[in-house]
Design a protein around this ligand. Structure first.
Ligand SMILES: [Zn+2]
Length: 346
């Protein structure tokens, strides 16, 4: 088991560094588009790559590593005909991360990554709330059996799905972190503003230990989102796990523009904006992580940045971010919410 807990680390440190991308780094390690990275957890050879990524993040200074289980729920695994292997895939993934975390002297927290089901909940979609809870519970039980320290629900865009995920993880005796992805003009795909999310998380049953934002669009927008969350809930422990710059399509593939220097600025701004747990999402490699660690070490937290400072250092943000995360001042409309949800990633 772990030598410490997330709460104990938070009590003794001003900030903790989470890890970087899973998906985009695995593509660089040979994952093919359309394949499920979660299947690597059970493969003798491919599971070595999973451990390598964990190890490199730890070497770059990550205090928290996320298991390779983002798409490890039954609905996502069904696309790969692996819906009957939820428990063993998640258990194996947790064991891989646990082995790397326990191989170093200093404490490293293993967080069990839990992504969205990929389904839309009733009444708009077809998944019942109860089925959602059962799916999250099944995944959480596998993660716990493999030794995670905390459940890490991420890239969620709807309140009912977050609630179901927290309920599914509750009762297993581990702390719960929940982050949403604000990727649609400053809101989640289902229209939630950072302010509304913060208030929701502060009151949701299950008492999550931390809330925050991951993925989304760029590093700049992520800081805008964090400013909205910390404004609404100043006492919350907030997670910032932003993408490495802005995604750009080049020759049919997504590339991320962020340099280690940009992510270093992002990390310091995240701390200034009130985040306590800081990491990267898509496009963030170990080089970026190492630069973020260096940027935070010895840095003295500054006053809360204005959105103008964020834009100046990291790039443009949405109108919602400019309004302080509530969307009341600018009349920005929530995005159209039709059709099937696209497949998110972490
Ligand atoms: Zn991402």
């Amino acid at each position: 088991m772990s030598k410490t807990t997330l709460q104990a680390l938070l009590d003794e440190r001003e900030w903790l560094l989470a890890d970087g991308a899973t998906g985009t780094n695995f593509f660089d390690m040979g994952l093919m588009s359309g394949d499920a990275p979660e299947m690597w957890n059970l493969d003798r050879e491919d599971s070595k790559k999973v451990r390598t990524l964990h190890r490199k993040f730890i070497e770059s200074g990550s205090d928290i590593i996320l298991t390779n289980t983002f798409g490890g729920g039954r609905h996502r695994l069904k696309l790969h005909d692996a819906q009957d292997q939820v428990f063993e895939i998640n258990k194996a993934a947790a064991q891989l991360a646990r082995a790397e975390a326990d191989s170093v002297e200093h404490p490293v927290i293993v967080a069990g990554s839990i992504g969205p089901t990929g389904e839309i909940f009733q009444p708009i979609g077809e998944l019942s709330y109860e089925e959602g809870v059962a799916s999250f519970k099944e995944q959480a039980e596998g993660l716990k059996a493999g030794g995670v320290d905390v459940f890490w629900i991420e890239t969620i865009s709807a309140e009912d799905e977050m609630k179901a995920a927290i309920e599914g993880c509750s009762g297993l005796g581990l702390p719960i972190v929940g982050t949403m992805s604000f990727d649609t003009n400053g809101r989640t795909m289902m229209g939630i503003t950072p302010e509304a999310f913060a208030d929701f998380m502060a009151n949701v049953a299950g008492n999550p230990i931390a809330m925050g934002a991951n993925c989304g669009t760029g590093a700049s927008e992520l800081i805008g989102t964090v400013l909205g969350i910390t404004k609404a809930q100043p006492d919350a422990i907030v997670v910032a796990k932003g993408n490495c710059g802005i995604p750009e399509f080049k020759e049919g593939e997504i590339h991320y523009s962020g340099t280690p220097e940009l992510m270093a600025d992002y990390a310091r701004l995240a701390l200034d904006a009130g985040a306590r747990i800081i990491g990267g999402c898509c496009g963030t490699s170990y080089d970026h992580l190492a630069a973020m660690r260096q940027a935070l070490e010895g840095y003295k937290k500054q006053e809360r940045p204005s959105i103008e400072t964020v834009v100046e250092k990291l790039g443009e943000v949405s109108e919602i971010a400019k309004s302080g995360g509530c969307g009341h001042n600018h009349g920005a409309k929530p995005a159209a919410r039709k059709g099937r949800r696209r497949r998110p990633s972490a």
